[in-house]
Design a binder for this molecule. Structure first.
Ligand code: ARG
Ligand code: ZN
Length: 853
């Protein structure tokens, strides 16, 4: 129903208002009679008063449900129903609640609750989707034992926990572990399994399955291996064993996010689990391995110990991201993983933390919790845990984690609980450290050095700029890992962690024979912006000598950024000294090819825009693009003589394997091809495209051909080859927009939205095209506003169907105040147009409101 009336302001929820629910639940029995248009859900729930809660009315969440009947202790009742849920008079003591509701999974385009994807039923309940399935206290601190019966003629019927009775047209499931409703899941469909088995360290056998649509069986093997490695790793590194007889993973094509850790029944966006060498890139394989690990690790950090309320989201997400990062570092190259993570953090979290959407790792209020599944909660949340581990040391960290699992198993916990186990395990006072959870914004750290009479000192000053609602910040605890290098490049002081706690603090190093060169924030020990006046010579020295692989890479990155700054603002030539240093490093065959490939990838254009803005220069996206092009061209020319040798080094003769070693070589090969294409116009890329037998090389060749404006035939051939594969077609759609020349990106995106295979209701496809546009920096920011307009048009359109995905993509506008007045006007107008849309969702209303404020 459309309603043109002005929108009512959405309600804001506050952390400070937390109140426990008035009842506890002993057990929940659910029966699903599945039908696309009229599924019946019967619930039987035993409630008993919660002695720890204040008196309150009996309220159950429920949205978009048709109540058929409700009864208390067998007597029919008539609850009072609103669009948020129901209230009902209930007995003083324990009682049995029964309700039957009807829902229409086929009509559910928001992909939240029970919905259909390609003929299969599936669910997504985190954060607040269960209330679209039945009336329930849909909050993470209400935990219960679930027993589920599914009635349907579909061959595969799955839910959480262990399998129970099954027969013609039904299956039953029982989950012995108490859980909140957001971990509920149900899947029904015509699926096939890729089965395996895992023996836990205490000798229990677990049946493992990856369930897919017929035809996708061949894309499961890698995910299954990743799952088994994750299970083993969590036993070895965290002492955590799996706790059910089965572990099921299901691949779903229509999914708002990456994946979901439902107890014993993880549901994955098919793009995050299905993989084969022909259809997936090395990057896809690595990401799939990490996401499978992430969801599996949630079994302990999220499920066995869950969150008291959604403000505590980082309790499970920050920790689980940190754990999956450790896992990947162990499986692959630790330095390369660290650099990848920091690139991601700077590209996605820093803009968030330094713009209108900034919020603390533990937010204090929200309108729509789905808007807070952010890089801040996830990735900065993981950084905070990394800092904690750095401060207390690996051993104390392990001790604190053991205490956490011991003490809070079965709990819905808080950040206070989490910090308390560290305080008890280490005797440390973490009250100042806790500011990392409450203060938004990226701390700026200035470092000045002094050298007098053989004493070297560093003066460290910190300040965090204001963020929405937080004008003043107090000093934070910053673990600053520092090493000192002598004039000949030897490390004279190995890495030590300076604990910065004051606004200004001085650290001294004595007994040095000569003035050293500092290597600061090694391994990116704290998620800060380091502000320090350094000479190019000093950075070049670090690029040549630093023993810390992260800082060595970062020195190069800073030199590249500085060079681009000079090119953009003063029309300078590319920095030849930096290119010399880079060349020496890349020529060093003792270094990992993956690492050298990272060295060759320059800063992104949005990172450059951010840098210019920070240095007081209004970023001009076209100028940034052309400077980046000139630098890439100069680099290619400089490396020309080296390319044949590098290409030989990058070549892989063994059969394709998505492991760290081979992917590193292919990454170097892609960097070489990109340089080669700038020299030969696409000749080598065409040859690689024609010969490629894996997606990594096929796609890297296609990317170069698009950049060289020579991709017509290749795009057509790629389409011919892959039109039947949804995941590969997402790449085809995304790449054409993402790699397009800026002047054409918006037009190409617009044209692709008219393509037969542009299924805009599928979040992956929508993101491929519109997200691809947002990622093409100069293309999105085209001066006439075509990029802004196209994105806004589609977000407005998607909002009615899938507010969650639409709202997430609003963040493309979050940096709008960085740009010139004309672009600001254009972006503001589009944001206002979204804000004025009739029936704007709460999700989008909140995002646009925050971005404009
Ligand atoms: N807990 C999931 C994960 O990080 C993410 C699910 C978020 N879903 C949502 N609708 N907000 O693995
Ligand atoms: Zn997670």
């Amino acid at each position: 129903m459309k309603d043109a009336a002005p929108q009512a302001a959405a309600e804001t929820v506050y952390l400070k208002d937390y109140t426990p629910f008035g009842w506890q639940i002993a057990d929940v029995h659910l029966t699903f009679r599945l039908s696309p248009t009229a599924t019946r859900v019967l619930a039987r729930i035993h409630f008993a008063p919660n002695p720890g809660a204040p008196k309150q009315d009996f309220f159950l969440h429920g949205e978009e449900l048709r109540l058929i009947r409700a009864a208390i202790d067998g007597t029919e009742v008539t609850p009072e129903i609103t669009d948020k849920g129901l209230t009902c008079a209930v007995p003083d003591g324990p009682f049995l609640w029964e309700a039957e509701v009807e829902i229409a999974p086929e009509a559910n385009t928001a992909l939240e609750g029970l919905y259909m994807s390609n003929g299969m039923y599936c669910t997504q309940c985190e954060a607040e989707g269960f209330r679209k399935i039945t009336y329930y206290p849909d909050r993470p601190d209400v935990m219960a034992i679930f027993t589920v019966r599914i009635e349907s003629d579909l061959p595969v019927l799955l839910s959480n926990g262990n399998p129970g009775d099954r027969g013609a047209g039904f299956a039953e499931w029982h989950d012995p572990w108490r859980k909140p409703a957001y971990l509920f899941a149900l899947v029904a469909g015509d699926l096939v399994a890729h089965p395996d088995r895992f023996r836990t360290r205490s000798g229990k056998d677990v049946d493992l399955n990856i369930w897919v649509r017929p035809g996708d069986e061949g894309k499961c093997a890698f995910g299954m291996e990743a799952l088994k490695k994750s299970m083993r790793w969590d036993e070895e590194e965290y002492g955590r064993e799996y706790d059910l007889d089965v572990f099921n993973i299901v691949a779903v094509d229509d999914f708002n996010m990456g994946a979901m850790e439902n107890k014993g029944l993880n549901i994955f966006n098919s793009s995050c689990v299905l993989a084969s060498p022909e259809t997936s890139t090395d990057g896809n394989f690595e990401r799939i391995e990490a996401i499978i690990a992430h969801e599996y690790f949630h079994n302990w950090t999220g499920n066995r110990i869950t969150c008291r309320d959604w403000f505590q989201l980082c309790l499970k997400e920050g920790l689980t991201v940190f754990r999956d990062q450790q896992f990947t570092a162990d499986m692959r190259s630790a330095p390369v993983k660290r650099i990848d993570d920091v690139i991601m953090l700077r590209a996605r979290q820093f803009p968030e933390d330094q713009g209108p959407l900034a919020h603390p790792v533990r937010p204090e209020s929200f309108q729509e919790i789905n808007n807070f599944y952010t890089a801040t909660v996830y990735e900065k949340g993981a950084e905070v845990i990394g800092m904690l581990r750095t401060l207390v040391g690996a051993e104390a960290y392990a001790k604190a984690l053991d205490l956490y699992f011991d003490r809070h198993d079965g709990d819905a916990a808080t950040i206070e609980d989490w910090l308390r186990v560290f305080e008890e395990a280490t005797g440390r006072d973490l009250s100042q450290f806790k500011r990392w959870y409450s203060q938004a914004g990226t701390p700026r750290v200035q470092v000045d050095e002094d050298w007098t009479d053989g004493t070297y000192s560093l003066t460290v000053r910190q300040h965090t700029p204001p963020t929405p609602g937080q004008p003043d910040k107090a000093p934070q605890v910053i673990p600053l890992a520092v090493g000192l290098l002598g004039p000949n490049g030897d490390e004279v002081v190995p890495t030590r962690v300076l604990e910065v706690t004051e606004a200004e603090q001085r650290f001294e190093f004595t007994g040095l024979g000569a003035r050293p060169v500092p290597s600061l924030n090694r391994g990116f020990s704290a998620p800060i912006v380091l502000e320090r006046e350094t000479s190019r010579a000093e950075r070049a020295f670090l690029l040549a000598h630093d023993t810390d692989p992260f800082n060595r890479w970062d020195a190069s990155r800073e030199l590249a950024r500085d060079s681009l700054f000079e090119m953009i603002t003063k029309d300078a030539a590319p920095d030849g000294d930096w290119l010399d240093g880079l060349q020496r490093l890349v020529a060093d065959t003792t270094l990992d090819p993956a690492y050298r490939a990272l060295m060759l990838s320059g800063p992104s254009q949005s990172e450059l825009a951010q840098m210019l803005h920070t240095r007081g220069v209004t970023p001009d996206p076209d100028a940034i693009w052309s400077a980046a092009e000139r630098l890439a061209q100069a680099t290619a020319e400089r490396f020309a003589d080296m390319l044949p040798a590098l290409a030989r080094e990058a070549s892989v003769s063994a059969a394709y394997a998505p492991d760290a070693e081979q992917s590193g070589k292919r990454a170097l090969g892609s960097a070489v091809l990109s340089m080669q294409t700038r020299l030969d116009g696409g000749y080598a890329a065409e040859a690689q495209f024609a010969a490629a037998d894996n997606m990594t090389q096929q796609l890297s060749a296609l990317t170069q051909l698009i950049r060289a404006d020579r991709a017509k035939a290749a795009l057509a051939a790629f389409y011919e080859q892959w039109q039947g594969d949804r995941l590969v077609m997402d790449k085809w759609f995304g790449l054409q927009v993402g790699a397009a020349a800026p002047a054409r990106a918006a037009d190409i995106a617009a044209e692709l939205t008219g393509h037969d295979l542009f299924d805009w209701k599928n979040p992956n496809r929508f993101r491929a095209v519109l997200g691809g546009l947002a990622m093409n920096h100069a293309g999105f920011h085209r001066a006439d506003g075509a990029g802004y307009r196209l994105l806004a048009d589609w977000l407005i359109r998607l909002d009615d169907l899938n507010p969650q995905t639409a709202a997430r993509m609003c963040s493309a506008f979050q940096t709008w105040t960085r740009y010139d007045a004309d672009r600001q006007d254009l972006m503001r107008a589009e944001l206002q147009r979204i804000a004025d849309k009739p029936n704007l969702s709460r999700d989008m209303g909140e995002m646009v409101g925050r971005i404009l404020s």
